[in-house]
Design a protein around this ligand. Structure first.
Ligand code: NAP
Length: 269
């Protein structure tokens, strides 16, 4: 599932090689305050272990989590085997309370350090491959506060290999790329306004992770194959390093990888 493109070379330079598809893990940790079209049950330990093994067998090496995804980090730390074979992306800034189902945000440098140290502990590792700021939408104000600088300091200290921000605005995405290694942006068949961030990354050889590639499951059923169309369109964009697709359904995981392979083949022609 490797993608030979300039975008994946960005990671190689940092000693990271990422698969074209990564696994999003909101649904293994949290079922409150989410906007998926169908209700779901958080999978048990056995199902998560099997999902991780299946993802690896299919060639996925990239996994995306966050403190805001409920129990996701702790469960990955407990259930993930062969940590060294995974590229782990986590975040700082959003805090989710499993009991109340509410989030609050803290972008202070002190909280960044606390959160990264907690992620290391929860994920049962001594380094994080990538840490992104989990934006509340005020992207530029957060960067001006020095939150990215705090993350970059932890990178210099060797706790993190790459830094960036999961943004909600074009200006924020571009600022993240100017101050860090990558940005995570929304891009799907319905929402493409963050395309200039991807172009900026391509021109500067920075990394781009795509979130909500399937519009968080709100797929357009007037299309013959919205999953294939989404993957073809997104993996056809040179600046995209990888799509973080969320699923807890093994059949969907298999389908997504097969279709991502097809999309990569088409993009390479
Ligand atoms: P997504 O990947 O666009 O969509 C996930 C939804 O699509 C799930 O409900 C999944 O259901 C469904 N799905 C997956 N494959 C499918 C298929 N082949 N056919 C039909 N339905 C399918 O949206 P997302 O989960 O919101 O975002 C993906 C990941 O990005 C998250 O898990 C998270 O890691 C990251 N993210 C980050 C942020 C941020 O601010 N940093 C925000 C949102 C998301 P099943 O489980 O039933 O397959």
């Amino acid at each position: 599932l490797d993608r030979s493109s300039a975008a994946s070379d960005v990671y190689k330079r940092q000693g990271l090689t990422v698969s074209a598809l990564g696994l999003g893990t909101v649904k293994i940790g949290r079922d409150k305050g989410v906007k998926y079209p169908n209700s779901f049950t958080i999978p048990d330990d056995r199902a998560v272990t099997e999902l991780l093994a299946q993802a690896q067998d299919l060639g996925i090496n990239l996994i995306d989590t966050a403190p805001a995804y409920g129990h996701s980090e702790q469960r990955l730390g407990q259930l993930m085997s062969q940590r060294q074979d995974w590229v782990i992306v986590t975040k700082v800034g959003e805090e989710f309370d499993n009991n109340s189902g509410d989030s609050h945000f803290d972008f202070s440098p002190e909280h960044v350090r606390f959160s990264v140290e907690r992620s290391l502990q929860r994920l049962n590792t001594d380094y994080l491959d990538c840490v992104l700021i989990h934006s509340d939408g005020n992207d530029l104000a957060i960067i001006e506060k020095g939150t990215l600088d705090a993350l970059n300091d932890l990178k210099k200290a060797g706790l993190i290999r790459a830094t960036g921000m999961s943004t909600k605005t074009v200006a924020g995405g571009i600022a993240s790329l100017n101050h860090a290694d990558m940005a995570m942006v929304t891009y799907n068949l319905h929402q493409q306004d963050e395309a200039p961030v991807i172009e900026h990354a391509a021109a500067r050889q920075k990394g781009i992770l795509i979130k909500k590639a399937f519009a968080s499951g709100h797929l357009n059923d007037t299309l013959d194959d919205p999953v294939q169309e989404s993957l073809d369109q997104i993996l056809g964009i040179a600046g995209v390093s990888s799509i973080i697709a969320g699923t807890i359904n093994p059949a969907h995981l298999q389908e997504n990888v097969a279709k991502a392979r097809q999309a990569c083949k088409m993009a390479a022609q």
